[in-house]
Design a protein around this ligand. Structure first.
Ligand SMILES: [Fe+2]
Length: 437
């Protein structure tokens, strides 16, 4: 752990951090409790968001049966797109508005949970799409009032969306990823059942597992909250407030679980202990980054996923090119940690150590700690048979300028990095990320 002066406030920096706690139920078989939880929110008519693959899972059917047994009337929307766009967000919102529901349930991966957040926001407070989208692309306005209850049931061990107030989609007019972020978008309760992950293909476990790993590394290495300028008013303190002692706990434990279980969970679908361990890692990392924020790898990932031409990965729908979110993040990560290590070498060694790498003899210098964590990531990527960098996703050096432009607009994320990130740095990082080994 870094020395205690890490969080001493600077004269202009913030002197406090905020924790938005999450209501969570975690355990095998808890989908059967959904009806009772919905009843505790006085649910009568429930909008259920899902996709067609998830809808047919036995665990999903158990969830719906539990809602019906609790006397809930259901309106099911199963048209969520795997990489949602502004169009699909608004389509889902139209469904929700017309269905006239008082409670929302999402059963799926990050795309489903994010779509449900957007649907309940735009159905409750209709507005032009960019009204609630983060600046500088949108106006970044908060929801005008309270939102209806949302119970989120994640089916992949990855995004942690069930623990955050963030919804991400692609903006069709610009091919850029944009986010809608506000505390009130955080689901009212996360009901997390590791049994959902038993049927996931290896590539899906790998991609979502590396997303977890990057959430944890980025939260732990983000700019310390005490160096972020004080908010104008205390209630304007951002969710992406930077690394803080609360998020550190979840990040380090999530990394320890990733080091122990990620490869096992990818290689053996029958390894229930490993798949449950990754589900808990996803939860912890979600809580961590929901209160700290992520930074450069996610900022680069939005451009990498948004500009893909022809990449497909087994285990994902084959009908359109797609870089799974976790893959788009982790291909950037080895280069990024070598870059950010100078901001706090010890924190980068902490991450490597939590992942299980031997670090006792590694000098806590920028070069050595960055190389150590980068090598640790690469070893795990190789073991999980991940694509070797941007070139394996179909990108060439000629694409770097457009990739830089696509990530330079992710100001909220780049501002959360532990060091200044300018275009020239992004150019170097994308260049380094062409191959990871
Ligand atoms: Fe992510």
């Amino acid at each position: 752990m870094s020395c205690s002066h890490y969080y001493l406030p600077s004269s202009a920096g913030d002197s406090a951090f905020a924790v938005d706690s999450q209501s969570i139920v975690f355990g095998r078989g808890v989908v059967a409790e959904l009806g009772d939880h919905a009843r505790s929110f006085s649910a009568r008519r429930v909008a259920v968001f899902s996709d067609r693959r998830v809808r047919d899972l036995a665990s999903s059917q158990r969830a719906l049966a539990s809602l019906r047994a609790a006397g809930c009337d259901l309106a099911v929307y199963d048209e969520v797109e795997i990489e949602p766009s502004d169009r699909s967000f608004l389509h889902a919102a139209r469904f929700a508005r017309e269905a006239g529901c008082d409670t929302y349930v999402s059963i799926g991966g990050g795309s489903v949970i994010d779509t449900c957040k957007a649907a309940l926001l735009y159905a409750t407070y209709p507005a032009e799409f960019l009204t609630y989208v983060n600046r500088p692309v949108g106006q970044g306005l908060p929801p005008p009032g309270p939102l209806p209850p949302h119970l989120a049931l994640p089916t992949t061990s990855g995004t942690g969306s069930e623990c955050t107030g963030i919804a991400v989609c692609g903006l069709l007019s610009t091919h850029a990823k944009v986010g809608i972020a506000h505390r009130s978008l955080r689901p009212s309760r996360a009901i997390i059942d590791p049994d959902f992950t038993a049927s996931l293909p290896p590539n899906v476990v790998a991609a979502s597992g590396f997303d977890v790993l990057c959430h944890a590394i980025e939260s732990y290495t983000a700019r310390p909250y005490a160096s972020r300028p004080r908010p104008e008013r205390p209630t304007l303190r951002p969710m992406s407030q930077g690394s803080n002692p609360w998020s550190d706990l979840g990040s380090l434990e999530a990394l320890r679980l990733c080091g122990r279980y990620l490869l096992r969970a990818v290689c053996d679908a029958a390894d229930a202990e490993a798949r449950q361990g990754m589900m808990y890692a996803a939860t912890l990392a979600g809580i961590a980054f929901g209160n700290a924020g992520v930074h450069i790898p996610h900022g680069m990932a939005y451009a990498i996923a948004g500009q893909v031409q022809d990449f497909r990965l087994a285990g994902y729908p084959p009908d359109a090119p797609l870089v799974p979110h976790g893959v788009s993040v982790v291909v950037a990560a080895p280069a990024v940690v070598r870059f950010t290590a100078a901001a706090d070498p010890q924190r980068h060694l902490d991450c490597a150590s939590a992942l299980g790498a031997p670090t006792r003899d590694v000098p806590p210098t920028a070069a050595d700690s960055g190389a150590c964590l980068s090598a640790c990531l690469v070893r795990l990527m190789q073991a999980c048979a991940l694509p070797n960098g941007l070139s394996a996703l179909g990108y060439a050096r000629a694409d770097i300028t457009k990739l830089v432009s696509g990530s330079a607009i992710q100001q909220r994320l780049l501002d959360n990095a532990p060091c200044l990130v300018e275009r020239e740095h992004l150019e170097q990082l994308f260049s380094s990320a062409m191959t990871c080994w």
